[in-house]
Design a protein around this ligand. Structure first.
Ligand SMILES: [Zn+2]
Ligand SMILES: [Zn+2]
Length: 379
């Protein structure tokens, strides 16, 4: 009997199957998957993260921000924290296909911080929840609902909801206690109420397709390189001799496309929002631009750039101050000031001038960690 089981792979958690893992744009998000795994083990997600996943993912104490503010990017994204959670849950469930529940396939293309990729508040399709409950199918949250650029349900052509129809409250980004599909304020079912009809915009169609194409995108080792080759094809298909001329033709911000194409240090990667704006302006879908260079047929028009709300100088400082406090207070590892400045999109001097006490604390923490590390190596 023992021999039979010795051939079976073992995992700590039951290997719950994610939903929509076949080539569907309705693939589940990792934040939804974690909530369902916790529920299956009769735990609220808060406890599951605090007592089980955080320790094995080396994530230290659980912060409330993960439920309220940055849970989507910390779990469904591709930055360091998300990678640690992904690796831990893949090992614990023995399911190594869970990367599909995240934006990992876009990591080699988009900006390192994933700026504006995820929505700041939870959205859901009332009709999807309603259908799944009526069919006795599990309730889950697709990855596309967590993305900032998606506001419409592609299955029902209706606007995604963002407040509970019973209590009118917004939801926690990631449910800390209740199972998926129930209001974090009143506990009511989120599949109730009415939603307005809306058709998918071209940008929404593009991003939904990028989710559906995740396996092909993941197979490509360097999407940024393919992106630059794609832009060169766009230039020749539109008989333009330079990126500067392309920027002028589609009224794109000066130097943006040139910097995407630059190999030099100052070369940048697109944010999801700028990528969608660019694709919309040239009339080429991101997957054609990246993976089907020979099929690129352009249809240039003026870009509709969504300008970020201009922050006032003081407001900007306040945001940076809060972010810096979080870095210093939760510091577990040596973080050079230059890295902190880069992550916050400001210069080192700016931080030293405006927040001398916090910078001093950061340097103190770094020195302390350095000497502790040195001591442990000596023993
Ligand atoms: Zn729907
Ligand atoms: Zn409610």
């Amino acid at each position: 009997m023992n021999n039979i089981y010795s051939h079976c792979p073992r995992s700590d958690l039951l290997p719950l199957a994610p939903i929509g893992i076949s080539d569907s744009y309705m693939v589940e998000s990792l934040s939804s998957y974690l909530t369902r795994v916790a529920t299956m083990h009769y735990l609220p997600l808060r406890w599951f993260l605090r007592d089980y996943l955080n320790p094995i993912a080396n994530q230290g104490n659980l912060s409330d921000d993960i439920f309220d503010r940055y849970g989507f990017s910390a779990i469904n994204g591709y930055r360091e924290k998300a990678a640690a959670y992904l690796s831990a849950i893949q090992k614990a469930t023995g399911r190594f296909d869970l990367w599909q529940l995240t934006t990992t396939p876009w990591q080699t293309l988009l900006d390192t911080r994933g700026k504006g990729l995820f929505a700041k508040q939870k959205k859901w399709c009332r009709a999807c929840f309603h259908d799944w409950l009526a069919d006795n199918s599990p309730l889950y949250e697709p990855l596309i609902w967590s993305l900032e650029s998606v506001k419409t349900c592609p299955r029902h052509n209706c606007l995604l909801m963002s407040v509970c129809s019973i209590c009118n409250n917004q939801q926690k980004l990631v449910s800390s206690v209740l199972p998926v599909g129930y209001c974090s304020s009143c506990g009511g079912f989120l599949g109730k109420g009415e939603s307005s009809t809306k058709t998918l915009s071209s940008k929404e169609t593009y991003i939904v397709k990028m989710v559906a194409e995740r396996r092909r995108l993941m197979q490509c080792k360097d999407l940024k390189k393919e992106f630059v080759i794609g832009i060169q094809h766009v230039l020749s298909a539109s008989n333009l001799s330079s990126t500067l001329k392309l920027e002028r033709t589609i009224s794109f911000s000066r130097d943006t496309i040139s910097q995407w194409c630059s190999n030099a240090k100052r070369g940048t990667r697109p944010t999801m929002s700028s990528l969608l704006c660019f694709c919309d302006a040239i009339g080429v879908s991101p997957d054609d631009l990246l993976l089907n260079h020979k099929n690129i047929i352009v249809n240039l028009k003026e870009a509709k750039i969504e300008r970020r709300q201009e922050l006032s100088k003081e407001k900007c400082k306040e945001v940076i101050f809060r972010a810096l406090v979080i870095v210093v207070e939760s510091q577990k590892d040596i973080i050079p000031l230059s890295k902190v400045a880069k992550d916050l999109d400001v210069g080192k001097r700016f931080l030293e001038y405006n927040f001398p006490v916090l910078v001093k604390q950061l340097i103190f923490n770094n020195n302390k960690l350095r000497s502790e590390r040195k001591k442990s190596l000596e023993h």
